[in-house]
Ligand binder design. Structure first.
Ligand code: HEM
Length: 445
């Protein structure tokens, strides 16, 4: 192919500022416009530099899998997550990443994950005990509570009851402030006492004290148990070297945040989609009632509920919690006939690609049937968990938790969006419902 030395097409912007205002105001719409109107390879310019969006399954596969050695994690993740996650599994690179991934992998094997199922079901049932029919609750907060307690119990061997709401608020404050700093050219130092800065700094302090509390409690009582954190504290990597305190803090923070936030969001978006789509909701209820007949679900039941699996796949298609992954190139590369120098930042957005009519028929419709009746979806048309060596280590864990929690709660309840509430997806590091998800709880039986 003849190489094109011009830049790829992209959205028009202002001189120097480029699309900065669009990026601050509505990043999802900007990404969609690029991906759906500007072609498979497009580029935006904003005050900080440029970003290349790849909306081409073959190019995405090249970056994440085939040529993964030529890329490292994107600058966005490095800048937003460095302070929070340090050199944890999500953000580290090279030999350190390889060693830590090897160390943690056994905790995420399918067979091991089935052991976590009873806790997932118990914790969801306990949360539901607090609900009364007719009551309105913020399902986003309820789901954060469930997934946080599940993560802390299964990965750290500890119990946590009431911190989910404050963790959720801390994360929102941190992501909002730090992302705004990245996207907007108007910068005040973090120490400047604006309300946004104060909220974010309080958020950091809360998460730090939570994580140091978890590690301390574990060191004090029973790091001889069999959970992942005990194994990390005990060292036990291939060389048997103990992990530094800093590394332990980074991995614990990473597991705490990566292990609950995305799953809670996937649950929240699933309840929202079901509430808006009565026919799929009824089909799901029929399947669950037929298989469970009123009892609690087990991992074996999940194999007998293909419609449930399809509902979850379809929800992760329309509202992928990790809606964009980024990579920076280590050397010159070429995509779609365009040449890019080293240090180009590439974005791959599951939100954009999974809502593209070239990849899915009638892409904005919630149709779980497409996963059952249609041809298998191949390649990187669909990548809610990323791909290649940096694919989500928690994918089987998340799918098990999503299946069990949806099956259990949908067997007992349906949820209806609060009257007049407008649902606004907010693309922070993850895709959150901006004003929560207030829903009325209705008992099914
Ligand atoms: C629906 C739920 C989830 C979604 C949508 C999701 C999505 C993702 C994605 C897209 C990546 C790749 C990021 C990249 O390539 O830059 C990733 C990585 C990761 N996820 Fe998840 N995740 C979910 C649940 C979980 C859970 C439950 C855990 C832990 C218990 C977890 C832990 C991690 C970790 C540690 C990484 C980094 C892996 C590495 O780089 O080796 N995730 N996740």
């Amino acid at each position: 192919m003849a190489l094109n030395h011009h830049s790829p097409p992209g959205p028009r912007g202002l001189p120097w500022l480029g699309v900065t205002f669009d990026l601050v105001r509505n990043p999802l719409a900007l990404l969609e416009r690029m991906g759906h109107e500007c072609g498979p390879v497009s580029e935006m310019h904003y005050w900080r530099g440029s970003r290349v969006l790849l909306n081409d399954p073959a190019a995405i596969e090249q970056v994440l899998v085939v040529q993964h050695q030529k890329f490292i994690k994107g600058v966005l993740l490095r800048l937003t997550a460095q302070r929070l996650l340090g050199q944890g599994l999500l953000t580290s690179e090279g030999e350190l990443w390889r060693r830590q991934r090897r160390l943690m992998q056994p905790a995420f094997h399918r067979a091991r994950i089935a052991d976590y199922a009873p806790a997932m079901v118990r914790i969801a049932a306990e949360q539901a005990e607090e609900w009364r029919p007719g009551q309105q609750r913020d399902l986003a907060a309820e789901m954060m509570n469930i997934s946080l307690r599940v993560a802390v119990h299964t990965l750290f061997g500890l119990e946590m009851k009431s911190e989910a709401r404050s963790i959720g608020q801390a994360l929102s404050a941190i992501m909002r402030r730090d992302l705004r700093r990245l996207r907007s050219p108007v910068q005040l130092p973090n120490s400047f006492p604006t309300p946004a800065n104060r909220r974010a700094e309080r958020g950091y302090a809360l998460l730090e004290s939570l994580v140091s509390g978890i590690i301390e409690e574990k060191r004090r009582n029973g790091h001889s148990s069999d959970d992942l954190l005990s194994r990390l504290i005990a060292g036990g990597d291939a060389e048997g070297a103990p992990m530094s305190a800093r590394q332990l803090r980074d991995e614990t923070m990473t597991l705490l945040l990566a292990g609950h936030e995305t799953t809670a969001l996937a649950l929240t978006w699933t309840w929202y989609l079901l509430s808006q789509n009565p026919a799929p909701e009824a089909a799901l209820h029929d399947e669950i009632d037929g298989v469970l007949a009123g009892r609690a679900p087990t991992p074996e039941d999940l194999d007998r509920m293909p419609y449930l699996a399809a509902v979850i796949q379809e929800s992760l298609r329309l509202y992928p919690p990790a809606y964009t992954v980024g990579r920076s190139s280590l050397e010159p590369t070429e995509f779609g006939g365009y040449q890019f120098p080293a240090d180009t930042v590439f974005l791959m957005s599951s939100w954009v690609t999974q809502r593209d009519s070239r990849n899915f028929h009638n892409p904005l419709a919630f149709r779980p049937e497409r996963w059952i009746e249609g041809p298998p979806v191949e390649g990187f048309r669909y990548f809610p968990f990323g791909g290649g060596p940096r694919r989500c280590i928690g994918q089987p864990f998340a799918l098990m938790e999503l299946g069990l929690v949806v099956a259990l709660l949908a067997s007992r309840f349906r949820f209806r969006l609060a009257a007049g509430h407008s649902v606004v997806p907010e693309p922070l590091v993850t895709l959150r419902p901006k004003h929560g998800m207030p829903m009325r709880i209705e008992e099914r039986r």
